[in-house]
Design a protein around this ligand. Structure first.
Ligand code: PLP
Length: 353
């Protein structure tokens, strides 16, 4: 018999969330595997980081200045409705920890981003997992009928990762109304791509909590800055859980610089959504490859012999993310990059499909 863990039994029995990060050399590969921005950040952002290193403040604890106000301005909400976090992963973790206790029910429509389930398992919650479908999208009726007195939190990954499915704000609101005592965690990680938000409904629905990030569109996953948007009293409660220095100063320096000129960053969004996405979609349609309708910068595709296609892409120095659906069929989640990168991707796929 194995030694009894010094930690909680359910935690010792878990497996870590370990995405395949090693060997992702941007000098060797075109990285279409993590839904990242596929080109470097603008020069002023790089310079802001260098300036911070040279500012003689590395030995000091972080000082956040007006970053929260600047993010609030960008989002069009009052500063009191914003809390910065160490990536949106921390936002998800803090919200789940603040809302749920062991044995509570959490509804996480699946398949979805791994962190929700990971944080729920750490808290030993009962996970209810209605399934997204290619035909029906978000399992709205199942979510609504799963709500009961034990439901403490409902996750709406909007758009969902890996499927790209978008739930319209009116349906988010239906869920918020149906479960007034539960937290409705709306993960708007890919907001700049979908341009759909419920940030304008926070005052109306005190159970809405939004998480967002500078990791994806803004191209800054390495420095880790996310934020939570919610009613002021919720932000006050969440600040009791988040540590005072959880966000590092590099993240703040980089994001301050990025927010000075959002257009530089966001013009990349236009290229991805207006050029790359239709290009790849029409190629896939032409070749009869099934893919999920997506509101984000990635497409979950199901080519025949996905394994072989994946290997051919690796051989051509393109990384994508293999992800099986609920039936166990292997798909490839492909991040959309620049038009040029998409043309090259299509060229390689043309030779394999
Ligand atoms: C839906 C979703 N939410 C949150 C995250 C985490 O982002 P962050 O880097 O801000 O922790 C990801 C990253 O893949 C994601 O896909």
């Amino acid at each position: 018999m194995g030694q009894v863990s010094i930690f909680k039994q359910h935690i010792a029995a878990m497996t870590a969330y370990a995405p395949p990060l090693e060997g992702r050399d941007p000098g060797t590969y075109t990285l279409l595997d993590f839904n990242e921005r596929t080109i470097p950040v603008a020069e002023p952002i790089r310079q802001a980081l260098i300036d911070f290193i040279n500012s003689g403040r590395l030995q000091m604890y972080p000082c956040y200045g007006d970053i929260t106000q600047n993010i609030a301005d960008y989002c069009g909400v009052p500063e009191e409705q914003v809390m910065i976090t160490n990536g949106s992963d921390q936002g998800i973790d803090v919200v789940i920890r603040a809302a749920c206790r062991e044995g509570d029910e959490i509804i996480i429509p699946g398949p979805s981003f791994a962190m929700y389930g990971q944080c729920a398992r750490v808290e030993n919650l009962n996970i209810i997992e209605p399934q997204y479908t290619l035909e029906g999208g978000f399992p709205l009726n199942e979510v609504l009928s799963s709500v009961n007195a034990k439901t403490r939190l409902i996750v709406i990954s909007n758009p969902n990762n890996p499927s790209g499915t978008l739930l319209p704000p009116e349906d988010v609101v239906r869920i918020a109304k149906a479960a007034p005592g539960a937290v409705i965690l709306v993960d708007e990680c890919y907001f700049e791509y979908s341009k759909v938000t419920v940030a304008d409904r926070l005052a109306e629905f005190p159970n809405l909590v939004i998480t967002r990030t500078f990791s994806k569109t803004w191209g800054l996953p390495s420095v880790r800055l996310g934020y939570v948007l919610s009613a002021e009293e919720n932000i006050q409660a969440l600040l009791n859980v988040r540590g005072p220095y959880d966000v590092n100063q590099f993240a703040v320096a980089a994001v301050q610089a990025a927010l000075v000129q959002p257009d530089v960053t966001l013009s990349y969004v236009d290229e991805v959504i207006q050029q790359s996405k239709p290009l790849l979609e029409s190629f896939l349609k032409e070749r009869g490859v099934t893919f999920w309708p997506s509101a984000a910068n990635y497409l979950w595709t199901f080519p025949a012999e996905a394994e072989r296609v994946n290997q051919a892409l690796i051989d051509a120095s393109i990384l994508v993310r293999p992800k099986a659906d609920a039936q166990g069929q292997l798909g490839l989640r492909i991040t959309l990059g620049t038009r040029e990168q998409t043309e090259r991707l299509i060229e390689v796929l043309s030779g394999v499909l």
